[in-house]
Design a protein around this ligand. Structure first.
Ligand SMILES: *Cc1c(COP(=O)(O)O)cnc(C)c1O
Length: 396
């Protein structure tokens, strides 16, 4: 099939919920992707912050193939070794206590919502609790996750959503205080808002959230689905702030390409929330997914992936700052580590993304007017220079 035929067949059969770019991606190597016409793309999108190790990272494919030959699925009625290994490594990297593996980010959020509700239910002996979330947040597309997502356009067609959710302004502690009630059982926050436009939390904001949650026995939930797994040069973004959550969600780069997520609880949340019968999943913690998670943590550790991000962040920031200084259509740069955004004048981001694609660079947008860069964590200085050169010509 030609590229055009593949696109037509897709549109014929697949529900049109995405306005896809007119390209069929066929294979990857390192930090490059190739379309089915053989054109090469430098990948600064990483499948939306998923492919942290790029494509065919040494040892990764082999670990998956080995697992395919052993066992793909057993269900959660039995133990499997890969889950034991993956759970131990995620608990260690986060310094948290208990892990529940899911198949996606939205499902990790659903689990975190249930854990928070159950915690308050056990404490108070009754339900009817509320959740506080942030404006401009993104937590996923299922009904529960959508209920705590602060984006009207995503929500309105699906009302009524889950009851008892209130929204506060991100980085505005007074707004949070106003929205907290005696019923609030959890505050959900992305340490760096991703889809909303790459907004890092302010240090004091997270510290004050932690304080308020401690004072009122509210669970603090950090959504690390996009900003976690090394993207900031730490395993999790909250580690850069030194502010610990009670529950954390992860997904995206957790399996570096295999669909997997998790919610992770500290001792307090784990010891008095979900019990046998409260929650479940057929696929979650599946041996193939867990083999990927386990291998990803090994690679991060053995190959110094976090250190690499820390060492190259300045280089990435300098190149983006130089673009911002040169081109008046760039209003500012925001971000941390390898999660960066260039805020553009309204209406231009779609055009820039399209131009970059034509010139062999994959980037994505966020929050309407932000050009988002979430490259594989293994990019080198040369890749950063190449990206900056292409973007420079796009902005001309
Ligand atoms: C992508 C994302 C989600 C949803 O994850 P899915 O795997 O698409 O369900 C939730 N929260 C954040 C911060 C995300 O970036």
């Amino acid at each position: 099939m030609t590229m055009n035929e593949q696109m037509i067949k897709t549109e014929e059969n697949i529900l049109h919920t995405y306005n896809r770019f007119p390209v069929v991606l066929e294979k990857g190597e390192g930090v490059f992707l190739y379309d089915s016409d053989g054109k090469k793309y430098l990948d600064f999108a990483a499948g939306i912050a998923v492919n942290a190790l790029g494509y065919h990272y040494p040892g990764y494919d082999e670990a998956l193939k080995e697992q395919v030959d052993k066992l793909l699925h057993v269900s959660n009625l039995y133990y499997n070794e890969t889950m034991a290994m993956a759970g131990e490594k995620l608990a260690e990297a986060s310094g948290m206590k208990k892990v529940f593996f899911t198949n996606s980010g939205a499902e990790a959020i659903e689990g975190a919502v249930k854990a928070a509700k159950k915690y308050a239910y056990i404490r108070d002996g009754h339900g009817d609790h509320q959740i506080l979330a942030m404006n401009h947040s993104f937590h996923g597309r299922t009904i529960g996750a959508l209920s705590i997502t602060g984006n009207e356009a995503y929500r309105s067609p699906f009302l009524p959503l889950m009851d008892g959710v209130r929204f506060a302004d991100f980085n505005d502690i007074e707004s949070v205080k106003k929205q907290i009630t005696d019923k609030t059982c959890a505050i959900f926050v992305e340490p760096i808002q991703g889809e909303g436009g790459v907004f890092p939390a302010e240090q004091e904001f997270l510290e004050e959230l932690r304080q308020i949650c401690d004072q009122r026995d509210i669970l603090l939930v950090f959504d690390e689905i996009q900003c976690g797994m090394g993207r900031t040069g730490n395993y999790f973004a909250w580690q850069a702030y030194g502010v610990k959550p009670d529950i954390m969600t992860c997904a995206k780069a957790l399996g570096c390409g295999v669909p997997v997520g998790a919610f992770v609880l500290n001792k307090k949340a784990a010891s008095a929330s979900l019990e046998p019968g409260d929650h479940g999943t057929t696929y979650g913690g599946n041996p193939l997914a867990c083999a990927a998670v386990s291998k990803v943590f090994d690679i991060f550790k053995e190959d110094g992936i976090l250190r690499h991000v820390q060492e190259l962040t300045l280089c990435l920031e300098e190149h983006l700052d130089a673009l911002a200084a040169k081109h008046t259509c760039i209003l500012e740069r925001r971000g941390m580590g390898f999660m960066q955004g260039l805020v553009l004048k309204d209406g231009s981001v779609g055009e820039v993304v399209k131009k970059a694609l034509e010139k062999g660079l994959l980037v994505i947008s966020a929050g309407g007017n932000v050009l988002r860069l979430v490259p594989p964590l293994i990019i080198t200085k040369e890749h950063i220079e190449q990206m900056a050169e292409i973007l420079d010509s796009c902005f001309e």
